[in-house]
Design a protein around this ligand. Structure first.
Ligand code: WTA
Length: 651
């Protein structure tokens, strides 16, 4: 984040305490939980693991900590699917809505816990009948439909770790992830709906499978149907509905070890290769269940809507595992917020009487820009709590959310966490912590963040530094699939035995945390993580490109946009049509979220004497600042020329 933005945040002094009404009914309202967890965090987590989950067998040891390797609830046996489905289906909740689904074209379905229980068992039997065994990786590449959750839960039921790949990713991105995980089965759909158009999921899957060889079986859910046909390869591809017709109704949930792998989820790091973040069963389920219950104050009468796709960690933890483990009713919406019109979200809130809404700042900023007339068209009085996730929320967007969506009465939980942390880490407990617009406030009880400088010293009040977590927590990632060295290198080498988040932060005089954005080469576009190198590799893959450097630049709606500085090969013309072709090429290689906002042609890039591109200087140029220190450059004139040229060809 830029110094001017930090200054603006420093001036933010508004404080919003929770209302008496909210406190009176909250799941947790005793501030003593913070002290209790600080006194003995292992006892704190053990107590809640026991209270909020069903265990087939209790653990014998709470924590074994050999940095950076943690094991939690050792010897314990449980099943994530059993906790999310069976234990509710055995009670009065059998006929309670688990998933309320709204399709983009307006179709709707409600699945009760009883329905979910039947479907996951049948689908688990389908997987078994196709030879899926405990430990086999299953890749899921689906639209946001109930079957995506059913597929995840069925995998969890039989102990086959899933790897969900966001349906907006390209065939190449899917192929990389299938290959890395050596997935045996791929679950997909003929297509999905996005702004009235069909996303050709099966076609992408076919392209991906031509590049990989581990997948033996493909299961295809028919989401589009009608005249829309897809190729079905004899012997390899099967229709979901056909397999389900004959699947037996019961399939017991496999007792899994606490430390058995529940899933892999790929995310971007600072190199081009995505990382397979590993989450195990006991610790992860403890983290997501307790945070969902306390942060969202989830109760049986709530209608909880997390707008994330299951392709991201937010969808894993707070659309599927966390809320279902609590027996909550969840809304799932397949489409875009502006289709068919810009009031779609508010129409959904009104239609289903949503009580808790969890979305991203990028969406809030878009709503702000579209104007308050859209939410005003609908009755939003059912809402009682709002959440934000994915990127820093600027105070203006926070205030708009508070006033125009929350009607001034709903607490806002700004939740900081990561794919790697599994569950929410820094957040207000809405009945205990007074909020400040733009601050994620306090660590969740039992979580110990700190802000350090380069030497590993704690920085002073209101001084920026690196956000770290000093003690282990149950839902922390257990590592990167197939790459233990990178795990140590990325998160555990900057400070000894301390988790390095990759984010900058400061703490104010009340101890509140203010997140300042990434400090590494990760860009956060609309709350989605991308690495600069991933985009650079996609660019140099184009025949016209000799070299490329990519940076994140401030973007009004997306938080960050992507700017690419490109050197083209001899014989190509640096014109608008090449710019468009390059943008399109990146979108096709990675996915639409990675499409650069700006492409600049240049003859040279600023490099150090050892050949490293100085992105810091490119950022100075792109954001119109005076150039920082250029003394380490091999040829300082390059950057000066680039600055002049850039100012001349502003997009
Ligand atoms: C950023 C998403 C500020 C942060 C759950 C982090 C945030 C990255 C917030 C993780 C927040 C997430 N305030 N920044 N409330 N939430 N971030 O893995 O930079 O997709 O490191 O997990 O998003 O992104 P990821």
């Amino acid at each position: 984040m830029q110094p001017t933005a930090i200054d603006a945040l420093l001036q933010e002094t508004r404080v919003f305490p929770p209302s008496d009404e909210f406190v009176k009914r909250a799941n947790i309202s005793d501030p003593a939980v913070y002290d209790e967890a600080a006194r003995d965090f292992e006892a704190f987590w053990a107590k809640h693991a026991e209270q909020c989950l069903h265990w087939f067998e209790k653990w014998h040891t709470v924590l074994e900590w050999n940095p950076p390797y943690a094991k939690w609830f050792i010897g314990g046996k449980l099943n994530a699917c059993y906790n999310c489905v069976d234990r509710h289906a055995q009670t009065w909740r059998r006929n309670k809505a688990a998933l309320i689904w709204e399709g983009e074209p307006g179709d709707e379905r409600v699945l009760t816990y009883g329905d979910l229980h039947r479907e996951v068992q049948k689908f688990a039997n389908v997987l078994k009948s196709l030879g899926v065994q405990k430990g086999d990786r299953v890749c899921i590449y689906m639209p946001l439909i109930p079957e995506a959750a059913i597929a995840m839960l069925a995998c969890a039921r039989i102990g086959a770790p899933h790897s969900v790949v966001f349906g907006g990713f390209s065939a190449d991105a899917l192929a990389d992830r299938i290959r890395d995980a050596q997935a045996k089965v791929l679950i997909t759909a003929d297509g999905g709906w996005r702004r009235g158009a069909i996303v050709p999921l099966k076609r992408n899957a076919d392209d991906a499978l031509r590049q990989t060889d581990s997948v033996q079986t493909v299961i295809v859910y028919q989401r589009i149907g009608g005249d829309y046909t897809v190729n079905m390869q004899e012997g390899r591809d099967h229709w979901w509905h056909e397999l389900m017709q004959t699947a037996p109704l019961t399939c017991p949930a496999e007792p899994m070890d606490s430390e058995d792998l529940l899933y892999l989820l790929y995310t971007s790091g600072s190199t081009g290769k995505p990382k397979g973040i590993m989450h195990t069963t006991g610790g992860y389920m403890t983290g997501v269940t307790l945070t969902a219950k306390w942060v969202f104050d989830l109760k049986d009468e709530d209608v909880f809507w997390c707008t994330a796709d299951v392709g991201w960690v937010t969808g894993h933890s707070y659309l599927v595992y966390g809320p279902l483990s609590n027996g909550a009713t969840c809304v799932m919406y397949e489409g875009a917020p502006d289709y068919p019109d810009r009031d779609r979200f508010w129409a959904i809130v009104e239609k289903y009487r949503v009580t808790i809404l969890y979305t991203a700042p990028t969406a809030i900023r878009a709503f702000m820009k579209w104007g308050e007339q859209y939410p005003r068209k609908h009755d939003l009085s059912s809402l009682r709590l709002l959440g934000s996730v994915g990127e820093p929320i600027n105070p203006e967007a926070w205030m708009w959310y508070h006033e125009h969506i929350g009607g001034g009465r709903c607490p806002i939980v700004d939740t900081w966490w990561q794919t790697e942390t599994g569950a929410i880490m820094i957040t207000p407990l809405p009945s205990i912590v007074a909020t400040k617009p733009g601050s994620a406030t306090k660590p969740f009880p039992g979580i110990f963040p700190a802000i350090l400088n380069d030497k590993g010293e704690t920085v002073g009040t209101n001084q920026g530094g690196y956000l770290v977590i000093t003690r282990p927590w149950p839902s922390m990632t257990r590592g990167l699939w197939g790459d233990p060295e990178r795990f140590v290198q990325t998160y555990w080498s900057k400070y000894d035995g301390i988790y390095f988040t990759g984010d900058g932060a400061r703490q104010d005089e009340d101890g509140y945390f203010w997140l300042l954005g990434r400090v590494d080469d990760v860009i956060n576009v609309s709350g989605h993580r991308l690495s600069t190198m991933e985009v650079e590799s996609a660019l140099v893959d184009h025949h016209a490109v000799a070299e490329a450097a990519v940076i994140g630049v401030h973007h009004e709606i997306k938080g960050q946009g992507i700017a690419a500085f490109v050197i083209i090969k001899e014989g190509y013309t640096a014109d608008e049509s090449l710019k468009d072709a390059l943008k399109q090429h990146v979108a096709q290689k990675i996915g639409a979220i990675a499409r650069p906002d700006q492409v600049f042609f240049t003859a040279d890039l600023p490099k150090t004497r050892s050949g490293k591109i100085m992105r810091r200087l490119l950022r100075d140029i792109a954001e119109g600042r005076a150039l920082g220190d250029t003394t380490t450059l091999a040829d300082p004139s390059v950057v000066q020329a680039l600055k002049e040229k850039y100012e001349g060809q502003e997009e």
